[in-house]
Design a protein around this ligand. Structure first.
Ligand code: PLP
Length: 456
């Protein structure tokens, strides 16, 4: 084999340091300590090259919804590779896996969202959305409607378009982003930014920033608003209940397309197929990726309302697409993943068993003196590390020092939990059992304790 899995860990790490550039990583710092080499996984547990097990509280990167080690998905991929490993969908051809997946997604999506444009990732899908909404308004005879409004601290991917839609200042700082005609409003993060207002008042106020921004720019210049139903990479920020109904009202009132970025919330994460269903949002377009294949293959795309699709389909060629749009092997794996999520009652498991268990355990984490705002929604959880939670105080700069310490303790204690500054977040596989949730949270608590002792 050309895969070097016979080598000892130190040699694998040396090869990695010498040749592999990691995403979102300080290369030299990682090279010095060596990357942890993950070699296999089963259920919710990863195994590293030293044979040590780690509970994956993040589903990889928010994607392994069905858990690891499902041979059904491997078998479907092998079968499809033998039959038709690749064909494109550009020039008047289609493939059975691509059309079948589009039809299946149309069944699962909210009413009216029945057309799918495929990509291989969430970033690419959001680039598609930028092209799609501008093309749509042009075809509608309103070419000035170009600007897309998004949110600070939102995450929509890492391509030029995706990172521009995203509101991550550290990403904007590298590479001259955002690209033109994308602008950002504030996020609905009550704990950090709500001041003296109630969550309900704050949710309304933050939603109304959208209306103010539309007024400032002129309705005739705004194409769309994009947001995650629940901000994931920004720190699992669950908006106050007043937020989404007001956003919906504003988009409807001002003829603005609403794009729900469901890359994390989609395919069962909230206990529904899509976060928009859980939060009662009626989007015009939904971005999806990640959970559609449980990460076993790269698939992403845009689910488009039939009214929008009809305009775009009637407007001549849409000059956009990717070599791997509708990749047959990836689509076959997605179909099998969706079949398993459905037939094994995974969404029911989330609603009845896993999400209540996660919520209960997270509430106990809130008893820790350093843990504020422990919150879950479906199988997403977030908490704030705070030196004085009654005062909603934040740790001194540099932000993230304590978060990083907790994450590193978690890593050593056998659980993967991520930190966003001083917010700790989890997103475990949907199939996780209550016992495994106990293990995850106990390891997290031990890690928070160790970091707390170090911070005193
Ligand atoms: N949109 C959201 C909400 C995401 O969370 C992500 C990735 O984390 C993306 C888009 C980008 O997806 P990808 O990394 O597949 O390009």
């Amino acid at each position: 084999t050309t895969i070097q899995n016979h080598l000892p860990t130190a040699e694998l790490q040396a090869l990695d340091a010498a040749h592999h550039m990691h995403p979102f990583t300080h290369g030299d710092a990682l090279a010095k300590k060596g990357a942890r080499v993950i070699t296999s996984a089963k259920g919710v547990f990863l195994k590293d090259s030293d044979g040590v097990e780690i509970l994956d509280g993040m589903s990889g990167l928010w994607c392994v919804n069905l858990g690891y080690g499902r041979s059904e998905l491997a078998e479907v991929a092998a079968r499809q590779m033998r039959e038709l490993p690749y064909y494109n969908t550009f020039f008047q051809t289609t493939t059975v896996p691509a059309l079948s997946l589009a039809a299946r997604i149309a069944e699962l999506a909210p009413e009216g969202l029945d057309h799918v444009f495929f990509s291989s990732s969430g970033s690419e899908a959001n680039d598609t959305n930028i092209r799609l909404v501008r093309h749509y308004w042009h075809a509608m005879g309103k070419p000035s409607k170009k600007i897309i409004i998004s949110r600070k601290n939102g995450y929509h991917g890492s391509t030029m378009g995706g990172a521009s839609l995203g509101g991550m200042s550290a990403m904007h700082a590298q590479g001259g982003l955002p690209i033109p005609d994308i602008t950002h409003i504030d996020q609905p993060h009550w704990w950090a930014e709500g001041g003296d207002t109630s969550p309900e008042e704050f949710g309304l106020a933050r939603a109304r920033q959208l209306e103010e921004k539309i007024a400032e720019l002129g309705e005739d210049n705004v194409a769309a608003f994009i947001a995650e139903p629940i901000q994931g990479a920004g720190g699992v920020i669950i908006p106050p209940e007043t937020y989404w109904p007001e956003i919906q009202r504003i988009c409807d009132a001002h003829d603005i397309l609403l794009i729900a970025d469901e890359v994390i919330c989609g395919f069962g994460r909230t206990g529904e197929w899509f976060g928009s269903q859980a939060m009662n949002i009626r989007p015009d377009i939904m971005t999806f990726a990640k959970g559609v294949t449980s990460g076993y293959q790269p698939v992403g795309g845009s689910i488009v309302h039939k009214d929008v699709a009809a305009v775009v389909n009637a407007a001549g060629d849409f000059n956009h697409g990717y070599t791997y749009s509708g990749h047959p092997v990836a689509c076959a794996v997605a179909l099998e993943n969706v079949r398993l999520l459905d037939e094994e009652g995974v969404l029911q498991h989330v609603r009845d068993i896993a999400a209540p268990a996660l919520a209960e355990k997270f509430a106990t984490l809130g008893e820790h003196p350093m843990v504020a705002d422990p919150r879950t929604f479906g199988m997403l959880g977030g908490l704030q590390l705070s030196p004085d939670k009654d005062a909603r105080a934040k740790f001194e700069a540099p932000v993230g020092t304590i978060g990083l310490r907790v994450r590193e303790r978690c890593f050593a204690n056998g659980v993967i939990m991520r930190h966003v500054g001083d917010r700790m977040i989890v997103c475990p596989p949907l199939v996780i059992t209550p016992e495994e949730i106990d293990t995850m949270v106990e390891r997290a608590l031990k890690s928070i304790d160790e970091a707390y002792e170090g911070a005193k």
